[in-house]
Ligand binder design. Structure first.
Ligand SMILES: [Zn+2]
Ligand SMILES: [Zn+2]
Length: 147
């Protein structure tokens, strides 16, 4: 989402924009890394050393509740956040937990007998594997073992 739109919507909710909150929004704007709250905290703290974890967590929670960011449960170790709220899918590296976006629609459907009366409103597909960096690293390891 474009930063200005995010700021407008943030203000429209009736929340006060503080420099700290603005820094969080700026960091999230166009961010494709699917950062965790801790990642965001560490980054913003560089500019605002007095920033508390609570400020970051509360701001993220507010943004999530208002639908300005998505919370992802793709990482068992921590919640990750996605400022891109357009429907999309994810490629997840099992080794480094790098997450890549896939903006494509897949033709998946759940047969009537399996979904009973359930109404499907959307889907999110997680593909697991190894990113190129990790694949190259493990190839390197294999070569080292052979040598
Ligand atoms: Zn990786
Ligand atoms: Zn994403």
């Amino acid at each position: 989402m474009v930063l200005k739109k995010m700021i407008d919507r943030y203000k429209a909710i009736g929340l006060k924009m503080t420099p700290q909150r603005l820094a969080i929004l700026e960091y999230l704007d166009g961010n494709r890394e699917h950062p965790s709250a801790e990642d965001i905290y560490r980054h913003v703290k560089k500019r605002f050393p007095t920033m508390s974890r609570a400020t970051v967590y509360n701001t993220l929670e507010t943004l999530r509740k208002r639908g300005l960011i998505m919370e992802l449960s793709i990482d068992p170790m921590k919640k990750r956040y996605d400022p891109n709220i357009e429907p999309h899918h994810h490629l997840i590296c099992l080794r480094c937990r790098n997450v890549l976006d896939v903006f494509m629609e897949f033709d998946v459907s759940v047969p009537e007998e399996a979904r009973k009366d359930f109404v499907i409103l959307g889907n999110h597909i997680e593909f697991y594997g190894l990113c190129s960096k990790c694949r190259n690293a493990s190839h390197g390891e294999a070569r080292n073992k052979e040598a």
